[in-house]
Design a protein. Structure first.
Length: 350
């Protein structure tokens, strides 16, 4: 098991562990990506998107680009949540302008047809983690990540993105035991994937449940909370020093239940969550992360700084990490990100 004795020397990790840091540590979801010209240069040389994810040198390079440019307090591994179904044996393709495409898995027989999978597909991802960790500045932490089982299952069953999630919900309603077999496989694979990232050098983890908000309460409990709780429990048993951030996008009033039941140490807030409500209902001492609207970052200027100030005022009474409520959109001017970081670091303690 890896030791993480340097955790208390890094502002980001101190905040995750419950210490109030000012100015708040900052990183942004999708901070490495298409809005950066240096990323687009590397992407053009890489071939397909998965080729980039599975190339340790290039994945490390694009992970480090926003750290060099902005000096964020944390880097997040450049990869994708769909490497897990790929490793389970499902074909994954990324089509320019259309997003991911997968042959749908919609029954127990479809699941059985995947076979045992190929876990060695993910070895280059862990090599990228090792490279990034060696190259990061001493004050910058490294985040590993995975998609939560429910969100990954939506892509596996729908065959890509979806607006109504009809197929995945239909399977879950009609045959919950069969759908549960898919979720069991995803819990096991996701736990192992995150553990391997810790072994390679990740100092914190984020679990993205980007489609958590599409489920009604009972199904949210069964397919969002319960699988995440199993993953977090297994990881904390082996790596109690590694904090886990849960990001249940769209969870709304279920955020407190998600925090309490899953055992995540930190809750990532999506754009729609009122920060003052979150501080009140999730706890004064609860580490929180969020939650600037990515479009406010796109617009920049006074609209952005006013929104930043409001979030800091609402969350700054306790430990928190500044982030977006979802990922950076590709049209965002890089100078707006620089202005955001400068504004945050120029703020005096409240």
């Amino acid at each position: 098991m890896k030791e993480h004795s340097i955790a208390r020397t890094k502002p980001f990790l101190r905040a995750l562990l419950g210490e109030k840091e000012w100015p708040p540590p900052v990183w942004l979801m999708r901070q490495a990506g298409r809005y950066l010209p240096e990323y687009r240069d590397v992407r053009a040389k890489a071939g397909g998107f998965l080729d980039l994810c599975y190339n340790p040198e290039l994945a490390a390079e694009v992970t480090l680009q926003p750290i060099r440019r902005y000096g964020f307090d944390a880097a997040i591994l450049f990869s994708d949540i769909l490497v897990v179904p790929h490793a389970l044996g499902q074909t994954v393709r990324f089509v320019e302008g259309e997003g991911p495409q997968l042959p749908p898995v919609r029954s127990v027989s479809d699941l059985a047809a995947l076979g045992g999978g190929q876990a060695d597909i993910l070895l280059p991802v862990y090599e990228a983690v090792r490279k990034i960790r060696r190259m990061l500045p001493e004050s910058c932490a490294l985040i590993g990540f995975a998609g939560a089982p429910w969100t990954v299952a939506t892509y596996m069953v729908e065959g890509g993105g979806s607006r109504d999630f009809q197929h995945v919900k239909r399977w879950a309603y009609d045959d919950p035991d069969g759908f549960g077999q898919l979720m069991d496989r995803l819990v096991t694979a996701t736990t192992d994937h995150l553990a391997q990232q810790i072994e390679a050098g990740a100092e914190a983890l984020q679990i993205f449940d980007s489609h958590a908000g599409v489920l009604p309460p009972a199904e949210f409990e069964r397919w969002v909370i319960a699988p995440t709780e199993r993953i977090v429990t297994a990881l904390r048993a082996k790596y109690p020093e590694v904090p886990v951030i849960g990001f249940p996008r769209g969870a709304g009033v279920h955020y407190p239940q998600y925090r309490t039941r899953t055992g995540v140490q930190v809750v990532g807030l999506d754009t729609a969550v009122p920060p003052r409500w979150a501080r009140q209902h999730l706890g004064a001492a609860q580490p929180l992360q969020g939650n600037l609207d990515p479009i406010a970052l796109l617009v920049g200027g006074r609209a952005m700084t006013a929104a930043v100030d409001a979030i800091c005022a609402a969350l700054g009474s306790g430990p928190f990490v500044f982030n977006l409520g979802h990922g950076i959109v590709k049209e965002t001017p890089p100078e707006n990100v620089a202005a955001l970081v400068a504004h945050l670091r120029g703020k005096s303690a409240s």
